[in-house]
Design a protein around this ligand. Structure first.
Ligand code: FUC
Length: 798
């Protein structure tokens, strides 16, 4: 049985059943050694469902296998399934890396140190932002799969759902007493999108199936298959990725025929549509397109999948999905589960209701989205994951590096999806290899590698535009912290040696060369650059963005140097470079605290034209970094809090991702109620009916940042210890999580009631000593790899 709970009948009952199990096991938990509390709760809380079809794209439901994606609308008479493949990119790798920044730097820096922002700005525009801005590259839709039926009468018992634990989108309804069932999923093992139409009476499935996309050509292939070939293009950019799509209809009974751009199926009992898509995009080296015949590869894939029975295809897909998805469970209440449509629940929250189950669903949806958009071997999740209906997507659905791409991967390690982090590592390494090192050398005359505020599938270095967003050199260094985190969580020493250390070294090398001495303080500062996308008032009262030693730059340098030194220490490396980095670190300027106690965003106490700005870059040292901690730098914790309060008091958090970051900040500040307030606000102001995050428009980073934030409220491990329930709000006073991961190589589960920890289970993956904190209690114990340790709260007794 692929579905382990009944969807059509009484979910309320299932909900109550599960609640009873939850309560019973909670009571018994103290004596149970390997509890499965969360796991035993069946999964009504893992379903997004709606009693109506999706009227627009942000109501449709996403499925994906990391590379292929689809949005399912659930139309009765006419079904639309919007298609994606992650490498359908406009543009080509022909953009050049300019030269000559190095010569301009001394003068720009001199002007900035003198406070001459106007002249510095002019010189920056002339000498550093020298690139040509033509049509923007963009990720594009793969088109649409349309399925016309002969069902013109109004359906009854309509239900459209996405089960997060199986990754199957299902639409069920009745027309004239016949029940129709549709299932859609994207298989990882078979690399096909599968769409199944069936009915509970024979010979009732009549369909006309069409593939459409601009810039493409669709033709029949045999009597049950369509082939679509085309190329991504936009305006002057005509040289994009070439693709091929094969669509095959496997019918059970009835007749099938293909003509023009459609397949017609008549009087079938059921139809399984198999869709495969491949492109000539070469992940390893985008300059050299793949030469394989993608049409042949696509046809091979649908033919191979057609040899498997539908149930088999389904089970293979579910097994692979569950392997990742089922590692983590979360319940945030012991109250009965609300059996309401997801959009209705969201509306209730928008009106002020509290729905911890919806937050758990949102959390699991974030995990689901990462699993579905980021699988080893594929491109990383872009600004829209892989789900994009546009030919010109907002911001090109690219890889913004001044928060967005990194935020996509915040949940990867803690939420037990380390494999899904791999595309990020591959991508950043490929960027460093093809662009970043050359850019450091050729443009800046420096060692190591550099990335600016964004890049795309062609790994380009943007060097044009307004310095407000275009002048920033920390994108690469920020990304390298993910490499060391992967090591802290999973302990893979080969990864540390071969991947984390080299990229951290190259980030550190660039920063060593990039830093200069501030003539007034003698400290090392970075610049010229902007604090991402924010402006300040210069002494002349005018708006500027370029300065030296912004808080974020200094914090990223601190973080990168520390991460590099930690990696070197783990590997027993001590050499001239580690010595130089240590020396630079000791001379590095720290961000400043202003006269009103706030952490300053710039090196001087400038006026702020936009005090509620969405980027809260100067708090990088609070999250995702950990330069600011309660134990070591409490004055910065206090200052960060003041800055955050100030930002929020001036309308901060107005984009989805900004709100998500704020949750993480409050969690690190251990302010449970503020963190929760912002979780609510994320749902209230920045969440679409299908639970996609909205910037606006739809942008997926807020989903991932929100998921990470919820985890951060329940478990932290950045201070050399594992802190349990560091920011547990009143609204979640009874609940449990299973399977979250902590740095040091631990997998944790915890159960709490009335706001107090009842029990914690620690699985040691690496056999490292464990330092466990709950409230003011700190418990330290040795562990053995693979062993499970169970302790009781609040005193953490055995
Ligand atoms: C950053 C943000 C914008 C947007 C863009 C994709 O530059 O400042 O708000 O999210 O990325």
């Amino acid at each position: 049985m692929p579905f382990h709970f009944q969807r059509k009948t009484g979910s309320v009952l299932v909900g109550l059943d599960s609640l009873c199990i939850f309560l019973l096991i909670s009571a018994a938990c103290a004596i149970q050694t390997v509890p499965t509390l969360c796991a035993q709760t069946p999964a009504p809380e893992l379903v997004l469902w709606y009693p109506q079809t999706a009227n627009n794209w942000v109501e449709a439901l996403p499925v994906g296998n990391g590379r292929l994606g689809a949005m399912v609308f659930g139309g009765v008479e006419r079904e639309r399934i919007q298609l994606n493949e992650d490498s359908i990119w406009v543009g080509d790798p022909s953009r050049q890396i300019p030269t000559g920044a190095a010569e301009a730097l001394p003068e720009i820096r001199r002007l900035l140190f003198e406070g001459n922002y106007a002249q510095a700005d002019a010189l920056v525009r002339k000498r550093l932002l020298v690139g040509r801005r033509g049509d923007h590259t963009t990720h594009q839709t793969l088109g649409d799969l349309w399925i016309e039926t002969d069902l013109t009468n109004r359906p009854t018992r309509y239900r459209r759902e996405l089960a997060l634990d199986t990754a199957v989108a299902r639409t069920t309804f009745e027309v004239e007493g016949i029940e129709y069932i549709r299932e859609v999923f994207c298989s990882v093992p078979d690399q096909v999108l599968v769409v199944r139409f069936s009915a509970d009476k024979s010979a009732k499935v009549n369909l006309v199936i069409t593939l459409t996309r601009t810039n493409s050509y669709v033709r029949p292939q045999g009597n049950d298959c369509l082939l679509m070939t085309g190329q991504a293009a936009r305006g002057s950019l005509t040289n994009g990725v070439k693709f091929a799509v094969a669509l095959k209809a496997v019918v059970d009974g009835g007749q099938v025929g293909a003509q023009g751009n459609s397949i017609r199926v008549s009087n079938a009992n059921a139809v399984t549509l198999l869709l495969a898509a491949f492109t000539d995009y070469n992940m390893r080296n985008p300059s050299v397109p793949l030469t394989r015949d993608n049409a042949i590869v696509a046809v091979k894939h649908v033919s191979a999948a057609a040899k498997l029975a539908y149930k088999k295809l389904l089970n293979r897909s579910i097994t692979e999905h569950k392997r990742l998805f089922s590692r983590v469970n979360l319940r945030l209440t012991d109250k009965p589960f609300a059996n309401l449509p997801t959009d209705e629940r969201l509306e209730n929250v928008k009106r002020g209701a509290h729905d911890p189950d919806l937050i758990a669903l949102y959390f699991q949806f974030g995990r689901y989205l990462l699993i579905s958009s980021s699988r080893p071997g594929d491109l990383p999740a872009n600004l829209q994951g892989i789900w994009n209906e546009h030919l010109v997507a907002p911001w090109g659905a690219d890889y913004h590096l001044n928060i967005n791409l990194q935020m996509n991967y915040w949940p990867a390690e803690v939420c037990n999806l380390a494999e899904c982090h791999i595309p990020f590592f591959d991508f950043i390494e490929s960027y460093a290899h093809h662009t970043g090192r050359r850019a450091a050398r050729q443009f800046y005359g420096m060692r190591g590698f550099v990335a600016h505020y964004t890049t795309d599938a062609w790994l380009y270095l943007p060097t044009a535009g307004d310095p407000l967003w275009a002048l920033w050199q920390m994108g690469g260094a920020w990304c390298t912290r993910h490499f060391i985190e992967h090591y802290w969580f999973g302990g893979d020493r080969t990864f540390l040696r071969d991947r984390a250390y080299p990229i951290l070294r190259d980030a550190a090398l660039f920063l060593l060369d990039w830093l200069v001495e501030d003539p007034t303080t003698g400290k090392l500062v970075a610049g010229p650059s902007a604090s991402p996308e924010n402006a300040f008032f210069g002494p002349d009262g005018k708006r500027y963005s370029v300065s030296m030693g912004t808080a974020m730059d200094q914090e990223i340098v601190w973080d990168t140097f520390n991460n590099f030194l930690a990696a070197a220490k783990e590997l027993g490396i001590s050499n001239e470079l580690t010595g130089n980095v240590e020396a630079a670190l000791s001379k590095l300027a720290w961000p400043k605290i202003g006269s009103d106690g706030r952490l300053l965003e710039w090196a001087h106490e400038f006026g702020e034209p936009e005090p509620g700005h969405r980027h809260i870059s100067h708090l990088y040292g609070l999250h995702p970094g950990y330069q600011f901690t309660f134990d070591k730098t409490p004055q910065y914790i206090a200052a960060a809090r003041k800055s955050l309060e100030h930002r929020l008091a001036h309308g901060g958090g107005h984009t989805g991702w900004s709100r998500a970051w704020i949750i993480n900040f409050w969690a690190r500040l251990r302010d449970a109620e503020k963190a929760y307030e912002n979780v609510q606000l994320l749902l209230q102001k920045s969440t679409l009916p299908n639970l996609f995050d909205t910037h606006p428009p739809f942008q997926i980073d807020g989903n991932f940042g929100g998921t990470a934030g919820i985890a951060e409220m329940l478990l932290q491990s950045h201070e050399g210890q594992i802190t349990l329930l560091p920011a547990l709000p009143q609204a979640w006073r009874t609940g449990c999580f299973e399977g979250l991961r902590a740095r040091g190589g631990f997998e944790l589960s915890a159960w709490w009631r009335d706001g107090k920890l009842e029990r914690v289970r620690v699985k040691s993956l690496l056999g490292k000593p464990c330092r466990l904190r709950y409230g003011s209690t700190l418990k330290e114990f040795k562990t053995a790899p693979g062993k499970i340790y169970t302790l009781r709260g609040p005193g953490l007794e055995w």
